[in-house]
Design a protein around this ligand. Structure first.
Ligand code: CA
Length: 225
């Protein structure tokens, strides 16, 4: 899961990033509205956005309006000051999925984010399954043929993405963004290494290489599903 955090207060932003780190998220951070709007309308694949309303260059409310006008349905959790009651109501009307009033508890933010992601993915309780592999999106427990499998956070992110979209070919670039966000200094073979580990921990043709393009988890044959 890749989250975009748009917050101009550096200490709040780093606190949120720190809090989300142990969770199963890749968090990218931007601190002004204009850059955020660009990222959101130029096809960057985010699973959810945490959006502050008071932002430099372009107000959070304008970002929200423009993103929805652009046709994006990405779940957006708005952060707003306690005294901005009108803003809050307008924010929800403009297409925010939820909002939190500052100051808030980090645990509350995590819970709201989880609920938002669950709603957007329609994963109320559904276990992902694929040829003997099971992945519980809530507990993030992974099993293969009944036995528990221990995956790293990044392996888990990749596996969940593949299992959510069987038959979809993912380019290496897409997967790198998904796992690392805009993090720099990513080894060029990083994704290859994670895929290698997944195959070793699960089974060798769980994920197929599409030469020159990337990787796919093939749709299972009917009798294997
Ligand atoms: Ca602010």
């Amino acid at each position: 899961m890749r989250i975009l955090l748009v917050e101009d207060d550096p200490s709040l932003a780093s606190g949120i990033r720190l809090a989300l780190k142990p969770e199963h998220y890749t968090v990218d951070h931007l601190s002004d509205g204009a850059t955020a709007l660009n990222a959101l309308t130029e096809g960057e694949p985010f699973d959810a956005v945490i959006l502050d309303l008071g932002l430099p260059r372009l107000d959070g409310m304008e970002v929200l309006n423009a993103v929805r006008r652009h046709g994006s349905h990405v779940p957006i959790l708005v952060l707003t000051a306690r005294d901005a009651v009108d803003n809050r109501i307008a924010g929800l009307d403009a297409g925010a999925d939820d909002y939190l009033i500052k100051p808030f508890e980090v645990a509350e933010l995590k819970a709201r984010l989880r609920a938002l992601l669950r709603r957007s993915q329609g994963q109320t309780s559904s276990l992902l399954t694929y040829r003997g592999i099971t992945l519980d999106p809530h507990t993030l427990h992974v099993g293969y043929q009944g036995a528990s499998v221990t995956l790293s956070r990044r392996e888990l992110t990749l596996l969940q993405e593949f299992m959510s979209h069987p038959g979809r070919v993912f380019t290496r670039d897409t997967l790198t963004r998904l796992v690392y966000g805009w993090e720099e200094d990513v080894e060029s073979n990083a994704i290859e290494v994670h895929i290698h580990h997944l195959r070793r921990k699960l089974f060798s043709d769980a994920i197929r290489t599409v030469r020159g393009i990337g990787y796919v988890m093939d749709k299972p044959a009917k009798d294997e599903a």
